[in-house]
Design a protein around this ligand. Structure first.
Ligand code: ADP
Length: 497
């Protein structure tokens, strides 16, 4: 069993590559550096303060100790001057909790050690006390019960008239209440939680800030040449507002250019129709006169057929330009698709006869739709003409027109099918078949020098885009199924009236 679904992993990878995620990570990294610096500063500062506090205390306690020694010698002798916390015994110098004291004999041997210190460390302090300068502070880690505690210490000699009686080393804990480790823990935990909150907050903020980008992407995806009047309309003074504004201006210019181009196509096609009609009339007139050489007649026939092709192309272009410009207004009425199919079949019967193709009309039940009679006829005509046009000549070929209704569908629909057993269309072309100017075999595109007799089937690649436009304008759709060498089925489905 695979652990990650490809869609999930691509979503995850999109998430990790998103600006939102990267922005939040950079933000958190920057914050982490700042917080680490700040925490280090606070910690070091607190450590220094603790050391200073302990040093001041040690200074005071050393003074008390000195006084205790003087009185001891004058009034009591050398004993009984040192008290231990908790014993309740009267003494001149009572050790505070956590304080340590090490008394050393003149030779550096330990005479007595009190407070949280182990014997071996006391021995070390005693032996080194002789070398310590009186009044100078030093720090060391004192080990007790497995805990290391930092101490600030100072040593002094115990003097009498007879010379040095010994040495005493007094130590104050730098951090008696364990505040520093707690501070460190607080800084780390607080820092971690802050970073977590910053990551969530940063992501939320980045997400909010980048919302207009999402809107821009979505709109850009939805816009196509037929829907150029959409705008982003994001009116803010920030960078994204400027981007959206620039994008909208670009769309204005594009729309204007498309409109001009459509207008030009419509105007040009319209203007071209008159000269093409005149050429047609003139060639007909010349062809009908008897005194033409065989050569001239052949040339005139080529001119006439090319003129017909051009007139058709111009008509289709004009239709498309008008469709795009919204100049075609459909006249909806209740029409029976079967009636129109029959009309078209009658119109194309001569062409089928000419190609020796059987044009069959299947069952034509009543199939009423709300539609534009003229355009629906044009739609069926284009499909039937293609089926006859692309089928090779010969009586083994047939083209069939059928209609029917699908009352079970929701909403109920009617269908019209034009099928043939012609050459079929290879699967790789099917998805682009309804694109403008798309023709399956480019080698088969119109080439007047070869003539139709050589297998050249004239066409503009516009017929099926017109069929699709008409079907869609009627709230329906057109689909195609085809198998190379077996034939093609075009099916139009429209909502029933
Ligand atoms: P054209 O003007 O070239 O006929 P269409 O848009 O009507 O333009 O058709 C596009 C392409 O679809 C044609 O070039 C043709 O190759 C293919 N085609 C359409 N109908 C059929 C069919 N019934 N059988 C085989 N090919 C077809």
């Amino acid at each position: 069993m695979s652990l990650s679904h490809p869609a999930t992993s691509s979503k995850l990878s999109a998430f990790f590559h998103s600006i939102r995620f990267r922005l939040s990570v950079y933000f958190v990294l920057a914050l982490a550096v700042i917080m680490a610096g700040f925490s280090a500063f606070v910690y070091v500062r607190q450590s220094q303060e603790a050391y200073e506090r302990a040093s001041i205390l040690l200074g005071l306690r050393m003074r008390d100790l000195d006084q205790a020694f003087h009185r001891t010698y004058r009034d009591y002798g050398a004993k009984d001057w040192l008290g231990v916390p908790g014993t309740g015994r009267y003494s001149l110098f009572t050790l505070e909790e956590d304080e340590i004291i090490v008394l050393a004999q003149p030779d550096g041997e330990v005479a007595l050690h009190l407070g949280p210190i182990q014997a071996d460390q006391a021995a070390f302090l005693a032996s080194s006390a002789t070398e310590n300068e009186t009044g100078q502070f030093f720090t060391t880690e004192i080990l007790n019960d497995g805990n290391e505690n930092k101490y600030v210490l100072s040593s002094t000699a115990v003097q009498s008239e007879n010379g040095i009686l010994g040495w005493v080393t007094l130590g104050e804990p730098v951090d008696p209440d364990d505040q520093l480790p707690r501070l460190l823990l607080t800084l780390i935990a607080g820092g971690f939680l802050t970073l977590l909150a910053a990551l969530a907050g940063g992501y939320w903020l980045a997400d909010r800030t980048l919302k207009p980008v999402k809107a821009i992407t979505r709109t850009a995806q939805e816009i196509n040449e037929k829907d150029l009047n959409r705008r982003l309309n994001i009116h803010s003074d920030d960078e994204l507002g400027q981007l959206a504004g620039t994008f909208d201006q670009m769309l204005d210019r594009l729309q204007a250019a498309f409109t001009r181009q459509r207008q030009f196509t419509a105007d040009a096609s319209h203007e071209l129709r008159t000269p093409l009609t005149i050429v047609n009339l003139e060639t007909n007139r010349v062809l009908s006169s008897a005194d033409l050489t065989k050569e001239s007649r052949r040339s005139m026939q080529v001119i006439q057929s090319e003129n017909e092709f051009m007139a058709r192309l111009v008509n289709e272009l004009l239709t498309l330009a008008r469709m795009d410009a919204g100049q075609i207004h459909l006249q909806f009425e209740e029409v029976d698709l079967s009636d129109l199919a029959l009309e078209v079949a009658e119109r194309f019967a001569p062409l089928a006869v000419q190609k020796k193709i059987r044009l069959e009309v299947g069952e034509l039940p009543e199939t009423n739709v709300q539609g534009d009679r003229h355009h629906l006829t044009q739609m069926i005509g284009n499909l039937v003409e293609n089926a006859i046009k692309y089928s090779p000549d010969g009586s083994q070929h047939w083209v069939r027109i059928e209609t029917g209704s699908d009352d079970q569908a929701n909403p109920p629909s009617v269908w019209l099918r034009v099928s043939d057993n012609g050459p079929g269309i290879a699967p790789e072309h099917l998805s682009r078949l309804f694109d403008r100017f798309y023709r399956v075999d480019t080698a088969r595109s119109h080439n007047p020098s070869e003539g139709e007799a050589d297998g050249d089937i004239p066409g503009s690649g516009l017929g099926l885009s017109i069929v699709q436009w008409i079907a869609q304008k009627h709230g329906g759709e057109v689909t195609v199924q085809s198998q190379p060498d077996h034939g093609t089925i075009f099916e139009v489905r429209l909502p029933a009236a």
